[in-house]
Design a protein around this ligand. Structure first.
Ligand code: THU
Length: 145
């Protein structure tokens, strides 16, 4: 039993439910995500694929976007749980980690679960070493062309 199992137990059913709405005819890999806000609200997302494959949206980014659209403060989100199908819990893709870096709190929890008991839990800050950060865009002097 992990100290953070409580949040996984709370968010997993929501992530599983969101995965049920996944549009993933190309990969047949329905993913769901549930994000908790500081005010105790839960936002969900699922992967939505497209015949133009590069336009596919991951479940995690869909859930994070829903939280921001409802007024959650960027950088404040405390927990996100991902559901992937099968008996192994899979970590989020790099693009989603980059977005989590900017929208979730540094000590926030990111967990992955599946159809079995396998659960993986990280601190957001530990699963993306050396992220590209907003600070990089400050103090830039643009030269005239
Ligand atoms: N997918 C996610 O939704 N989240 C991830 O972190 C990794 C991959 C989706 C994208 C695509 O629809 C399917 O899973 C297979 O890559």
């Amino acid at each position: 039993m992990h100290e953070d199992d409580g949040i996984v137990d709370e968010l997993k059913p929501q992530a599983v439910k969101a995965a049920g709405h996944s549009y993933s005819p190309y990969s047949q890999f329905p993913v769901g995500a549930a994000v908790a806000s500081l005010t105790g609200r839960i936002y969900t997302g699922c992967n939505v694929e497209n015949a133009s494959f590069g336009l596919t949206q991951c479940a995690e980014r869909a859930a994070l976007t829903a939280a921001i659209a409802d007024g959650a403060i960027p950088g404040s989100l405390p927990a996100l749980v991902i559901y992937t199908p099968g008996l192994r819990a899979h970590p989020p893709c790099g693009a989603c980690r980059q977005v989590m870096h900017e929208l979730m709190a540094p000590d926030s929890l990111v967990a992955s679960c599946c159809d079995g008991d396998d659960v993986k839990i990280w601190r957001r800050s530990e699963h993306l070493p050396e992220p590209f950060s907003p600070g990089a865009l400050k103090h830039i002097t643009h030269k005239d062309p």
